[in-house]
Structures are given as C-alpha cells and as structure tokens.
Design a binder for this molecule. Sequence first.
Ligand SMILES: NC(=O)C1=CN([C@@H]2O[C@H](COP(=O)(O)OP(=O)(O)OC[C@H]3O[C@@H](n4cnc5c(N)ncnc54)[C@H](O)[C@@H]3O)[C@@H](O)[C@H]2O)C=CC1
Length: 487
Amino acid sequence: MDAPTTESAGNGADGDSGAWGWFTPSPAKSPEKPTDSTEPVESSGTAESAAEQAVPPTAPRTTPQAAPRAAGRTATLPPRREVPAAAGPVPESALEASVRTQRPAAAEASADALLIRRTMAEIEPVAEQVTSYFYALLFVRYPDLRQLFPVSMDEQRDRLFKALLTAAQRVDDDASLTEFLAHLGRGHRKYGTLPEHYPAVGECLLGALARYATLSWDGEAEAAWIRAYTKISQIMIDAAAEDEATAPAWWDAEVVAHELRTSDIAIVTVRPDQPYPFLAGQYTSVETPWWPRVWRHYSFACAPRSDGLLSFHVKAVPAGWVSGALVHRARPGDVIRLGPPGGSMTVDHTTDNGLLCLGGGTGIAPIKALVEDVAEHGRRRPVEVFYGARSDHDLYDIDTMLRLEHAHPWLSVRPVISSGPTGGVYRSISGRLPDAVREYGPWGEYDAYVSGPPGMIRSGVDALVGVGVPSDRIRHDAVEELVAAGE
Ligand SMILES: NC(=O)C1=CN([C@@H]2O[C@H](COP(=O)(O)OP(=O)(O)OC[C@H]3O[C@@H](n4cnc5c(N)ncnc54)[C@H](O)[C@@H]3O)[C@@H](O)[C@H]2O)C=CC1
C-alpha cells in the first residue's frame, strides 16, 4: 500500500544454492530431525474476537493447538509415504498428482518460483496446521520472541506467516515484492522487531514447511525457500533501517476529545507527541494502553490540520478489544500509540476529475477527510458523496457532512438508507449504496473512492465498473484486510 526501497543481499537469484547470504538454517534444529526436544507441544490460548480488527498488523497467533503431538510430549514428523513392499503401482492421490504436475501459471516463472509454488500447493489444504506449527516452533525455540506478540493471538494468528507466504509467491515480481515488504518492514518497527529476529523466523518457516510439505520438500525446495526468505527479510530490514532515520517506530498521541455519537460510535481526537505526516484517505494502526501489543487499523477522519490534531470514527463491535476500549473507556488525557500511516486511497491532485465517494457506516470517515482535502486545495472539482447507513439513526456524522455541503457548492451529499424509513429531515434515498450510485451519474469523468464494510466495497466496485468507471480509477483499502477487521 505504499512505497519502499531496497536491495536484497545474497538472494541467490542466480541459482547458486551456496549463496544464501546471512541466513543459514540451523542443522541442529533441522525439521527433518524426528524427535527434537525443541519441537512444540500443545499449549492453550484465549480466544479473541475476530470482529474488530481493522487492518493489517503482522502479529500472529501462537496457540499451537494444532501442532502435531506425539508420545513423550514431543512432536514427531508425519510418516513419509513409502512404496509398499509388494510390487505394483501405488494409486496416486489427488494431492500428489497436483503437486507432481504443478506447472507455472506464467511461462516465465523462475525455477525458484516453481519450487515455491509446489510447496504452497501442498501446504494449502493444511494451512491452519502449518501456521500453528510455525508459531509453536518459533515460541518454543525462541521464547524471547513471544513478548513481541499480544498475549492472546487467536485473531492475529496467521498474519506474519501469511505475509511471508504471500511474499514468497511474489518472488519473481521485484517491484510488487519490494512495495509489499518495505511496508511490512516499516510497520514491524512498532512491534520491536530487530534484524536478529529474522533468522529465527526463517528457520521456523522452513521447519513448518518441511514438516507439512512432505511430498515436495527436498534440497532444491529448501534452497529455493532460503533464497526467497533471505530476499524477503533483507527488504524488510533495509526498509525498517531507512525509515528509522526519518520517523519514530510509533507516535504517542494524547486523547484531547471524545464524543459519543451513538451508543457504540465515538469520534476520538488525539494530539500526536510529534509531527505526524499523512495524507487524507489513509489509515493508521492504533494500540491502546489497555491491550498492549494489540494493534487495530482506523482511517483518519480528517485531512492534515494546521494544529496537528487527528480524529478517528470508532465503532465498538461485539468483543472488539481495541474498538470497545476506544469507545467506552478512552477519555481525554489518555495516551494511545499510532503506527505509521498507510493506504493509497488518496486524492489525485494532478487531475480535475470529479470525485465519486461511497462511504458506508464508519466508512464515511476517510471520505470526510477526502472532502476536506479537496476543499484545502481550492480546486472546484465536483465531489459527489453517497453516505450509506442502515437507518437515519446510524447517520452519525450527517450533520458534519451537510455542513460541508452547505459550505462548498461543488459538494453534494446524499444519505442512502438501506432499511427503515427514508425521506425525512435528511431527504435520504432508499436502498443500498451500489444501487443508488447506478441511478445517478454519468460517472465517466469521476475518480471513485469506496470505503465501508467489505461486502459493500465489493458490490460498490462491481456497480462502479458496471456503470463504466475504469477499475484503475476506483480506490479502496484492501478488502482482505477489512474482512479480517470487521467480519
Ligand atoms: N477505509 C475503509 O474502507 C473503512 C472501512 N470501514 C469499515 O466499514 C465498516 C463500517 O461498519 P458499520 O458502520 O457497522 O456499517 P454497516 O454495516 O452499518 O453498513 C453501512 C452501509 O453499508 C451498506 N452495506 C453493508 N453491507 C453491504 C453489502 N454487502 N452490500 C452493499 N451494501 C452494504 C449498508 O446497507 C449501509 O448502507 C466496518 O467494517 C469498518 O471496518 C471503516 C472505516 C474506513
């Protein structure tokens, strides 16, 4: 979601399996070793709501409940498939066939990419177990790293692991890999991640892959993963080091105002302890003093202001730790932490295109920021806002939006109500946001911005494409992140 830097050290892209850079797997802890006293054993974890998360951290979950158990409280490797003594062909399983016949989707895929895809294809059906095993290995072998993660990690379970796999899959695509990983590397500074932590993570990643990719794992596969991981970690380390020269790992921010708009939505305004550079439409991660190391993402509800204050619209969701604390517990004087800004749902000031904005529920927050940004730049570009809510009562920020409309002749705000009476004082339209947008237009000369629940973003994007807005002119935050956050 944003930009980076980097070069990879000794990534062995030349196929030299000896050129592995600084990362070398520890033979003493080889995953091939059948009984290793550092292998994970069962442990327990507490459940955390899957409902609240708002975007990306990397912090995973530990709960190694799915880690393999074996007699003597040590895990053993699964039995390798063996050819039966009796002669004759062994029927091939569907998985074996798929692993054997994995072919590159793109003809130009490198040898390493092919090997990585084979591993990925094999572990995909057992991704849950691989993930649990990875964290179990990590925390059993490197207990000091446990403190970098939240106490309860159920909800964040596979973030780090998933990110590593996502990165490995993009090993041939340097530009996309670098952008993705540099963002990840910078974002990891707030967790206290240090360069020396990376070899431990790499070792456990390989351990987990070797443990579960029994059909495709061999020396070549291992070498390909080592090269990929070395490249991945070097990009993250370099990005973090570069960021360190210009930005803190996190910002302390004092709550200066807290306004409850409905029984479960608050507008929280904070003052960062040092300048916080960001763009309207972006988001940040937030940690509260009540849930250490639990970070959630929230979009800024304002454009950058001369007084440096920032505001967020927070809806407390059932069992949402951070959102519940921010809505029901935070008060002026409390200090929260902010991570770096992220996201690319920002205004393109190089064009005069109009802005078509769909904001559903608290998704109106970054839309309000975009409107303020356009106003700040003083260009009279048409801005059409469709503000969706379930009922009039849920239009918690409609007065602000109507005030903005009153102040700016180029702005139009239309409340759209999906259930409950319409019309009324706000002259709201009946229906769902995507349907409402189809009824107006044409939108050919507009850049579109979509913000809200994941389902709304998906159907909103479909509707916009359907009425002729080119997909490269539709901006929204990553739906997968929002799914993790809000559903
Ligand atoms: N940058 C972003 O994209 C932001 C996203 N959000 C997300 O927005 C959501 C807000 O939740 P609430 O306020 O409870 O919203 P909500 O559930 O009350 O829905 C808001 C609006 O979206 C419509 N909608 C919901 N699901 C839909 C679907 N599948 N198809 C079409 N329309 C749909 C509703 O009819 C309503 O008009 C949260 O999930 C939050 O994480 C919040 C802030 C920023």
